[in-house]
Design a protein around this ligand. Structure first.
Ligand SMILES: [Mn+2]
Length: 424
């Protein structure tokens, strides 16, 4: 962790300038009829979960170039996640991936308490084989033609729930690599029947206060078809399972130019939006840093989420899901968490009653201008002030670089050979 006096020292130089910028923005928003402190309070309450696998350097199908001081195990990962939360105050929880992070619950709870974090959704893994497993997932897991293989996948998911229940998690996220690589290789219908049957067994093992999140993905690793290829199939799964099942939307898991914000609206309308994996993409499931390619799309997603906020039961889970190949993962995750918060703050600035009036009057130009007005507003002083008031850093990356945390980690953590990045 980073010493609090180091954060204070980093903030010291920037605090007066931030105060001036914040006051100026407050005056500007006041003229628009917006109370800056109300926006700041909502931003301060907002949190996005860090995926445990995100703090290691990812990789591509071609190579992985490890960084210095990479986490060796889940406890190192929790240390890194603790630093991200310490500086950004936007990432209070961590999403574990099993079996990569499987450890006794007491040890996980102890470490989480030490670094000031809680646990978000559990993620199961049936897209790769583990050294000790009896049946291979080469041709699928929950939808495999072989019953014993399906059962193995079911049992693994139930084990994830059991561990999660001991560490305060309330959700299981399932993403499978199941599908096919050739036309004719599999029967779309029979494969989906097997998937539904197996997933129902997992669903039946959920505690009452848990949510099952299923994640769709158009392609990869199966390149001709995937068993849960899009939000339509995902919705069918959630409907077939029951009230505790909802859909998870990973921004990178769609065809280029798909209207993701509209998918968000549809799933919200029917109570089936369960959560997000935030990232960004240019061509496919690139797992790039959130907001690095299409910040306006991210804003439009949050525009839908803010629209739905008035429903007290609306509470989707928010998580980052990125692969960092050329940056320090801690820096990328801090910037990404801030980008998600920024999109939220910008969406909060939209005058919803005026927008509604424009929509009713079919004033397309003014309606879209209202969205742009929110998006164009520089809300950085709100985000920075929310961080500062909670003990975080005005400039998280600058404070992190000044702290020497990575160099210290490099000294304490010898390089591990072949540590997986893990991209889902
Ligand atoms: Mn994902």
């Amino acid at each position: 962790m980073i010493k609090s006096d180091a954060i204070e020292a980093a903030n010291g130089k920037a605090e007066a300038k931030l105060k001036a910028d914040y006051d100026a923005l407050g005056e500007h928003l006041d003229r628009r009829g917006i109370d800056i402190t109300a926006i700041k309070a909502k931003v301060a309450r907002y949190g996005v979960a860090i995926p445990s696998w995100g703090v290691g350097t990812g990789g591509t199908r071609f190579a992985r170039f490890p960084g210095a001081g990479e986490p060796r195990d889940v406890f190192d990962k929790l240390d890194d996640c603790g630093v991200i939360q310490q500086l950004t105050r936007a990432t209070p929880s961590v999403s574990l991936h099993i079996p990569w992070d499987a450890q006794p619950a007491a040890d996980l709870n102890g470490k989480a308490e030490e670094v000031g974090l809680t646990f978000d959704a559990m993620n199961s893994n049936t897209f790769q084989d583990q050294p000790d497993q009896a049946h291979s997932y080469k041709f699928g897991s929950l939808s495999h033609t072989d019953k014993a293989t399906r059962q193995q996948a079911v049992d693994h998911n139930i084990a994830c729930i059991e561990l999660g229940a001991q560490i305060g998690s309330k959700a299981l996220t399932i993403w499978v690599g199941d599908g096919s690589n050739f036309p004719g290789q599999t029967s779309f219908t029979r494969q989906f029947e097997r998937y539904l049957d197996a997933t129902k067994q997992v669903y039946n093992a959920l505690p009452d206060d848990w949510t099952l999140l299923t994640e769709h993905k158009m392609y990869e690793p199966a390149f001709y078809s995937t068993v849960v290829q899009d939000w339509g199939t995902n919705l069918l799964i959630a409907q077939q399972m029951g009230d505790k099942a909802k859909c998870l939307v990973d921004l990178g898991h769609h065809a280029p130019n798909v209207n993701i914000e509209m998918i968000v609206a549809r799933l919200t309308q029917f109570g089936k939006l369960g959560g997000f994996h935030f990232n960004d993409s240019k061509y496919g499931d690139d797992d790039l840093d959130t907001g690095s390619i299409a910040p306006y799309r991210l804003f439009l997603v949050f525009n839908e989420l803010v629209e739905a906020e008035s429903d007290p039961d609306f509470d989707p889970m928010h998580m980052l899901d990125q692969s960092h190949n050329v940056t320090d993962p801690i820096e990328s995750l801090m910037v990404s968490a801030t980008e998600v918060q920024r999109a939220y703050a910008q969406a909060l600035l939209v005058d919803r009653s005026a927008l509604f009036a424009c929509q009713e009057a079919n004033d397309a130009l003014m309606a879209t201008t209202m969205l742009k007005h929110g998006f164009r507003t520089d809300v950085e002083p709100i985000l920075a002030m929310a961080r500062l008031e909670q003990g975080g850093a005005i400039d998280p990356v600058a404070a992190y670089r000044a702290s020497g945390y990575r160099a210290r980690a490099a000294g304490e953590r010898p390089a591990v050979r072949g540590a997986g990045g893990g991209i889902v």
